[in-house]
Design a protein around this ligand. Structure first.
Ligand code: FAD
Ligand code: ZN
Length: 233
């Protein structure tokens, strides 16, 4: 209870399987007494060019502690994202802490949808999420937890070591290690729903209740050992 949760969500359709997984997470975590914020990226039109106040408020959620360092590098990313006027205005507002960052999305091209990658590019900038010599276990967002929850078109067999897609962990490497761990976050086991389009309604219900069950004991989970061996051993 009292934990602050941020869920970045990337699916256009609320009635989708991803929409259902999101709804479950919001309901279950809220029930546990967490304060849950959802960034619905398509609804926020994050793909477009206008400045988005939501993105800025998310920045404040992400980082607690001392003010963010402004440097040439992150200034330029904020400018490119059209966020600078908003950001400077709210520079000194106290940031609320978040403890847990979760992403909910369908797997696109062995990766996250571009809109979600764009969120990562714009929000997790230098001086805020990492800095020179402040990365991985020394990243600026350390002591926070992250989790990737996603759906696939391919089946479990396809994403096994001998399968056509190779081990799903190869896909997780850039996201979990290259982004979250790089910024200092600890990584919980991913939550993957394989091929929801190709299974029976009963199986889909089962997958959804497995997610509910997992969320019930989420805070007791140990992070994975996010090292190259975890992915490629
Ligand atoms: P949906 O189609 O929304 O859901 C599946 C079914 O579940 C639907 O019938 C829906 O009605 C039903 N449902 C929703 N909620 C409930 C509920 N509460 N109870 C019961 N049933 C429910 N896949 C890969 O494996 N690898 C890739 O590299 C890849 N690249 C892609 C690239 C692009 C550009 C696109 C568009 C797709 C790609 N895919 C890939 C496929 C994609 O990952 C899947 O289509 C997606 O993960 C399915 O999730 P969804 O939420 O859209 O499913
Ligand atoms: Zn790692």
């Amino acid at each position: 209870p009292g934990k602050k949760v941020l869920i970045v969500y990337a699916h256009q359709e609320p009635k989708s399987f991803n929409g259902s997984l999101l709804k479950i997470a919001v309901e279950e975590l809220t029930k546990q007494g967490c304060s849950v914020t959802v960034s619905d990226l398509y609804a926020m039109h994050l793909g477009g060019s206008p400045p988005m106040p939501q993105v800025v408020s998310v920045l404040w959620m992400l980082r607690d502690g001392p003010e963010m360092t402004v440097n040439r590098k992150n200034l330029s990313s904020f400018c490119k994202a059209g966020l600078l006027p908003l950001l400077t205005g709210s520079w000194k507002k106290a940031g609320t802490r978040f403890h847990f960052l979760s992403a909910q999305f369908p797997l696109f091209w062995f990766s996250m949808p571009a809109i979600l990658k764009g969120w990562m590019d714009r929000v997790l900038v230098q001086g805020f999420a990492y800095d020179l010599s402040k990365s991985y276990d020394g990243g600026l967002l350390q002591d926070k937890l992250s989790l990737f929850s996603f759906t696939t078109g391919g089946t479990t067999e396809m994403y096994s070591k001998g399968g056509i897609g190779g081990d799903i962990r190869y896909v997780l490497w850039p996201m979990q290690h290259g982004i979250m761990h790089f910024c200092g976050l600890k990584v919980l086991e991913p939550h993957i729903c394989y091929a929801p389009e190709n299974v029976s309604v009963e199986k889909r219900k089962e997958m959804l209740s497995a997610w509910t069950q997992r969320l019930k004991t989420l805070w007791k989970e140990e992070p994975i050992d996010c090292s190259p061996e975890w992915y490629f051993k």
